[in-house]
Write a protein that binds this ligand. Structure first.
Ligand SMILES: *Cc1c(COP(=O)(O)O)cnc(C)c1O
Length: 378
């Protein structure tokens, strides 16, 4: 048997007719930049995320960049995030000339640890005023512990940008009810990279906000800061979402809850069958139905790399998200961190591995993965 980490063709064939119709419509319309398809998707995503506004952009990376630009993050500013995420989270901060500041993750959830965040402010009282924003990442599809993070930020007048690239459809039980990922901070950012739970046929992204001023600013900044045409009061860029991608995503969105549920079912099946096999299954911080399992990531105390080779030999796809935390990346050497500074991130980077959990995966495929893992530990 061959079990890939992800099978995009399986999803495509399930909705082929509708998708190809939508693609052809755009192709024949002659209208390819922004336009009605993008507006429709923006309205749908805003509703889905319980946000007042959503603005379509070119990628999850550009969504982060645009969010920080809208908050006027620049040289002299510090932005706190975790050292354990996809590169874009820290890259966006540094590209604007601001300083990425890292706070370790919680060992169980892999999300930024709110206790460590407060500790950072206690330990760095003299620099606290430089912090302009905090970017909690909802890693693997489960929300960071937002209530204490939002409290810390509010008490200090710091903006919060949620990196919800992996978490469209995830929810968080907050003080005032259940909140969609990306709707709790000042701005939420999403990615439609093909491997995300809602993926396009290429790159795409979205920013969401309840703030009218920020929404308008981001809508202009994604198009060179232009308003009206050829008049620029701000310097923006080309961060626009293609009409083709928007059309595809609008067709896919009504299926997202079912796909997320299928991932939850697959995760549940693994949880039951991998219990006591020698690995740590993903921690459910709130409730299974609030976690959308963009990745199903296990922690392997010993011989992680041997296990990965064993899976590869058995034709089972896997991946390490992410093998090198930001604080030890060569491009961030100038920040002055060293190995040992963030033990939980370093442990996760060295001991975790993502298994296939995509919605279309069959039970025999899951059984094969489970049996292979068991035989490795025998
Ligand atoms: C995928 C991802 C991004 C970047 O999204 P792109 O659309 O690939 O640019 C940012 N942050 C996280 C956590 C991601 O997983």
């Amino acid at each position: 048997m061959n079990v890939p980490l992800l099978d995009l063709q399986a999803q495509y064939s399930g909705i082929k007719k509708e998708l190809e119709k939508a693609l052809l419509e755009v192709a024949r319309s002659g209208r390819y930049i922004l336009g009605p398809q993008v507006q429709e998707l923006e309205a749908d995503i805003a509703e889905y995320c319980d946000a007042k506004h959503a603005v379509g952009v070119s990628s999850g990376t550009d969504a982060l960049l645009l969010a920080l630009m809208a908050l006027d993050v620049g040289p002299g500013d510090w932005v706190i995030t975790s050292p354990y995420s996809f590169f874009a989270t820290a890259g966006a901060i540094a590209r604007l000339g601001a300083r990425p500041v890292f706070v370790d993750i919680d060992a169980k959830t892999y999300n930024i640890d709110p206790v460590a965040l407060n500790q950072w402010f206690e330990d760095h009282a003299e620099d606290a005023g430089k912090v302009k924003a905090i970017i909690p990442v909802h890693l693997y599809g489960q929300c960071a512990d937002m209530t204490p993070i939002l409290e810390t930020a509010a008490a200090r007048g710091i903006a919060v940008v949620e990196d919800a690239a992996q978490a469209l459809g995830a929810r968080y039980p907050g003080a005032d009810g259940l909140k969609p990922a990306g709707s709790m901070g000042d701005i939420g950012t999403y990615s439609f990279f093909p491997s995300k739970n809602l993926g396009g046929l290429g790159d795409g992204g979205m920013v969401a906000t309840n703030n009218d001023t920020l929404a308008e600013k981001m809508a202009h900044l994604r198009n060179h800061g232009m308003n009206p045409k050829y008049h620029h009061s701000m310097i923006g860029g080309n961060f626009r979402l293609d009409a083709l991608q928007a059309a595809v995503l609008t067709v896919k969105l009504p299926n997202l809850n079912d796909w997320n549920r299928a991932r939850q079912d697959n995760a549940s099946y693994y949880d039951v069958h991998l219990d006591k096999v020698g690995m740590v299954t993903p921690h459910i911080a709130y409730a299974r139905e609030y976690h959308i399992y963009n990745q199903y990531v296990i922690a392997v105390p010993e011989r992680r790399d041997d296990l990965r080779e064993y899976l590869t030999a058995a034709q089972i796809g896997s991946e390490v998200y992410y093998p090198v935390p930001f604080h030890v990346q060569p491009c961030f050497a100038y920040l002055g961190y060293k190995a040992g500074d963030f033990p939980n991130s370093e442990y996760a980077a060295a001991h975790t591995i993502a298994l296939p959990v995509y919605p279309e995966m069959s039970t025999p495929m899951q059984d094969y993965v489970i049996d292979t893992l068991k035989s490795f530990y025998k």
